[in-house]
Design a protein. Structure first.
Length: 38
């Protein structure tokens, strides 16, 4: 149970990191545009 949870968490962490590395620049631009509207 705990082992499967750790594996799931680890995989999601890896996916999040690759997503962040891939879209970091665009995400920053989008975030700035979104915050500018408020």
């Amino acid at each position: 149970m705990v082992k499967s949870f750790v594996i799931c968490f680890y995989q999601s962490f890896i996916t999040f990191n690759s997503f962040f590395l891939y879209f970091s620049f665009n995400s920053v631009l989008i975030w700035k545009e979104c915050t500018r509207t408020f």
